[in-house]
Design a protein around this ligand. Structure first.
Ligand SMILES: Cc1cc2nc3c(=O)[nH]c(=O)nc-3n(C[C@H](O)[C@H](O)[C@H](O)COP(=O)(O)O)c2cc1C
Length: 266
C-alpha cells in the first residue's frame, strides 16, 4: 500500500494521548495534518480522510470504554476504506472494551484498522496524595510509541491485502454501574483563596462548561470529569473534593499501582 500522507486525529483533554500519538506519527516519518478534536466546537466540522492517507486516531478510556465526547466527535470523520491506526489511552487500570469500540466505530465510518494500541497516560485523577501513572507517557513509553510508528510503515510497505485486525474486547461492551456519567454532578471544586481567576480552566475545558467571572462556575449538567481544568490549573486551586473521585483515586493508587506496559496489535 502506497501511503505518503497522514492525518493525526485525537481527543485528548489532559494531553497524554496527544503526546503519545505525536511520537507514533514521528516514528512513521509521514507528512501529516493535525485534527485536534479536543476544543469545544471541533465537533461541528466534518472531516474526510482519503484512501491514500493514513488516519491515526486516539481517544481516552473512561470506564473501560472510549470517552463519549470522543466518540461523538470521531463520528464526524469519514473514511473511504482508509487505513487507520487506533490508539486508546488509559490510566494504568484497564482499557477493557475501548479499543474494540474504537475499531467498530471507525469501521462504520469507512476506516480499515491496520494496527491498534493501548498506551498508558497519567490518570486524570492523579495527585500528589494519589499517584496513578504519574508522568506517563515517559521516555520509555515514547520510545515504544516511535518504534510502533516504524512497524506501521513496515506493515504498509508489505505486499498483498492486510487481513482484518484482531483487538481485545467484548461486545456488548462493558457498562460499569459506578461509572462517572457526563452531567452526573461529579465536578471539581475551586479554592477561592488561591484562585487568581486566570481563566486557564475555562480555556482548556473541552466542552466549555466553565465560566470565570467573579468566581469559577462549572455547569454540572455538562461536566465529564475529564480533569483538564485540574491538571492545568496555574495555582493548583482547581481540585477534586468529590467523595467518589477521592475514593476511586485512592483505590487506583493502591490496587493498580503496578506499572502496566503499552500493548500493540499489528
Ligand atoms: C471519567 C474518567 C474515567 C476513566 N476511566 C478509566 C478506566 O476505565 N481505566 C483506566 O485505566 N483509566 C481511566 N481513566 C484515565 C484516563 O484514561 C487517562 O487519564 C488518560 O490518560 C486520559 O487521556 P488524555 O490525557 O489523552 O485525555 C479515566 C479518566 C476519567 C476522567
Amino acid at each position: 500500500m502506497e501511503i505518503r500522507k497522514a492525518k493525526l486525529i485525537y481527543y485528548s483533554p489532559t494531553g497524554t494521548g496527544k503526546t503519545t500519538v505525536t511520537a507514533i506519527m514521528n516514528g512513521t516519518g509521514l507528512d501529516h495534518d493535525i485534527i485536534d478534536l479536543t476544543p469545544p466546537g471541533s465537533d461541528i466540522k466534518n472531516c474526510e480522510v482519503s484512501s491514500d492517507e493514513l488516519a491515526l486516531i486516539a481517544a481516552p478510556v473512561y470506564s473501560g470504554r472510549i470517552s463519549t465526547v470522543a466518540a461523538n466527535r470521531i463520528k464526524k470523520l469519514k473514511g473511504y476504506n482508509t487505513p487507520a491506526v487506533l490508539v486508546v489511552m488509559y490510566g494504568n487500570r484497564a482499557f477493557e472494551d475501548a479499543l474494540l469500540e474504537l475499531k467498530n466505530l471507525t469501521s462504520e465510518l469507512g476506516f480499515k484498522a491496520i494496527a491498534g494500541a493501548a498506551f498508558i497516560g497519567q490518570h486524570a485523577f492523579n495527585s500528589e496524595k494519589t499517584p496513578i501513572a504519574t508522568g506517563r507517557p515517559d521516555a520509555e513509553d515514547l520510545m515504544k510509541a516511535e518504534a510502533f510508528g516504524e512497524k506501521i510503515m513496515e506493515k504498509l510497505r508489505g505486499v498483498g491485502d492486510i487481513p482484518e485486525l484482531e483487538v481485545p474486547g467484548n461486545y456488548p461492551y462493558i457498562v460499569h454501574p459506578q461509572r462517572i456519567k457526563q452531567g452526573g454532578g461529579v465536578v471539581p471544586e475551586t479554592n477561592p483563596e488561591t484562585c487568581i481567576l486566570c481563566g486557564i480552566c475555562a480555556s482548556v475545558c473541552p466542552i466549555a462548561c466553565i465560566e470565570v467571572a467573579e468566581s469559577v462556575n462549572t455547569d454540572k449538567t455538562k461536566c465529564t470529569a475529564c480533569s483538564a481544568c485540574v491538571q492545568n490549573c496555574s495555582t493548583s486551586s482547581r481540585h477534586w473534593t468529590h467523595e467518589r473521585v477521592l475514593r476511586g483515586a485512592n483505590r487506583l493508587a493502591t490496587v493498580h499501582g503496578n506499572r502496566k506496559e503499552p500493548e500493540v496489535f499489528i
